[in-house]
Design a protein around this ligand. Sequence first.
Ligand code: HDE
Length: 703
Amino acid sequence: MARTVRQSSGKPATIHDQKLVRANGGELHQIAEEGTEVLTTAQGGPVTDDQNTLKIGQRGPTLIEDFHFREKIFHFDHERIPERVVHARGYGAHGFFETYESLAAYTRADIFQRAGEKTPVFVRFSTVAGSKGSFDLARDVRGFAVKFYTKEGNWDLVGNNIPVFFIQDAIKFPDIIHSVKPEPDRAFPQAQSAHDNFWDFISLTPESMHMIMWVMSDRAIPRSFRFMQGFGVHTFRLVNAKDESTFVKFIWKPKLGMQSVVWNEAVKINGADPDFHRRDLWNAIQSGDFPEWELNLQLFDQEFADSFDFDVLDPTKIIPEEILAPVPVGRLVLDRMPENFFAETEQVAFMTQNVPPGIDFSNDPLLQGRNFSYLDTQLKRLGSPNFTHIPINAPKCPFAHFQQDGHMAMRNPVGRVNYQPNSWGEGPRESPQKGFSTFANPEEGQKVRLRPESFADHYSQARQFFISQTPPEQRHIVMALTFELSKCENPVIRERMVSHLLNIDETLGAAVAEKLGINKLPNPADSAIAPRDDLPASPALSILENGPESFAGRKVGVLVSAGADAALLKKLQAAIEDEGAVMEVIAPKVGGVEAADGSWIEGKHMIDGGPSVLFDAVALILSDEGAERLVGEAAARDFVADAFAHCKFIAFSPEAVPLLQKAGIDPEADEGMIDLGDQKSIATFIQSSRKLRLWSREMAVKL
Ligand code: HDE
């Protein structure tokens, strides 16, 4: 029987004025009229009453023969499946990948054979440490998992927004994850690395130092999924039709450039809108502003790999883009939200071992371990080996095999033959030509449990990352480390971390020690091999060096009051929209305000519900009386004070000056304060906002 098709456009469904029928007990019933769908049980039985259980007499007891009640509650009791053990909180979208040019010289993978080829994809972004219901702006790595439904089966590129990882060997994964999750006796803190267990483990694990630089940088507090890079992390192989292998690293670059928030902002966003990243993706896609990334490849051979003193199999290392330029090979566009979050985003099962012919693994020990874990975890989470029968996980190409039965089998074999070889002339056959064949890399050696010597350098690239950051970004790393370590109750852990930081960069170690109140610097940590200090800065590693050229895709919050200048607001809106950005109005009441000319300005938020942390830049269009009233409201003062402290560009009508002053802001403080009284000021505001933040203000506000 047909199920009600839910509205999926994202626009509010039309609300009908419902006729409800009152029954004996006074409760309201919504009765199916002629031609409307009848409510049924899961077995298809029509339901008479969905408000009352079956009872003896009006006041009970309830009867166990009430099969409708029992089925409804039984199903409800089993609605939850285990959340992902890591990356529990995530958000997904559908889209496509378009190949630019044939890569046949490097790979036989069908997805890369033809220019203009479009492959459907499903992408899930996530945080790592928090549970499913945690907030979006945790300081954390972000997952960036892409499932390509290729014509040769699913290819899952299960990456992160950071190109390195904490550990070098998969056997340490449960330890690093246990350490970052809530501590087992007290069950807190949630979605945070700022606690003893995490820093205890990290400070005893020098191989994590490069990753620590990344997770303490602004990369770990992205403005939205749309403004972050993605990385396959490991070295993979491409294999062509002649069985020649090329090493490859995968990099996603966002079309809108990179952007992050500041920590003080992140903390406040988590309170104001815990779904900040979800909402951003939802809004962008529903409004037709489809997020886009370019896939880049770093391609190299063994000889090139041998030219480094680190190992390309070590997942704590990168190959700087200045040494090996990434080549753009296609674009990823996200253009459709799932119709049902559970069915798609929650049930999607990414697996590193899903590779099509022409893409292969390297011996990176982390990747090898992941190839076991991802299949294993799906059985636990989805509960059946038939998880590929769920539409989001099923390939979109023809497939045929002899697997059968098991829980929830939805695709069952027809006919007599369920084995191979068979002489009935039925069923699929192997294909040496089309099938996946592993690259025949010669391997030999003794069975050992050893970390390769080539994995021994833990500090040189950490230092390279640090020196590649601009001064504001370096300051943010110092502040992040100070914040996190100040949450560690045990001073031994703080000092141990400082001893590692001194190996990375002396000024970094000393700055953090000073801010933690450690008066006597500890000795630098023992290192397996001497850290290099001659690796040159790599500008590609900085977010600020690689910001956007326009303000497109960003959001301006405009605070208005009754009596505001509607014409000015319209002009501002037109300029914002011309730039490809979005404007939202914040008003004392969500219903809006009457402008000076008698027109009505609709509100999107009331002041408490629309703090400035939700916007990339803000404007104030107030009347004299409006400003006077807002001066007395803490939320209005916070709106401007936060925008200023977070180094945002602020445009204001002259009437707003008293509000600025009351919040302690000099309207002429710097070039980030733009008076809308001037004719050209709207253009100046838009142009300035392209820089996203006025970082030179940061030292003055001492956030
Ligand atoms: Fe994962 N990881 N991981 N991971 N990972 C999972 O698989 C694991 C690692 C990543 O949106 C789990 O289906 C091990 C690196 C993403 O559904 C699990 C190791 C990178 C996602 C698992 C790693 C990742 C996961 C949990 C060390 C970046 C979310 C649920 C050897 C390249 C995918 C699941 C989604 C999820 C294991 C390390 C990325 C338990 C054992 C490195 C984006 O199988």
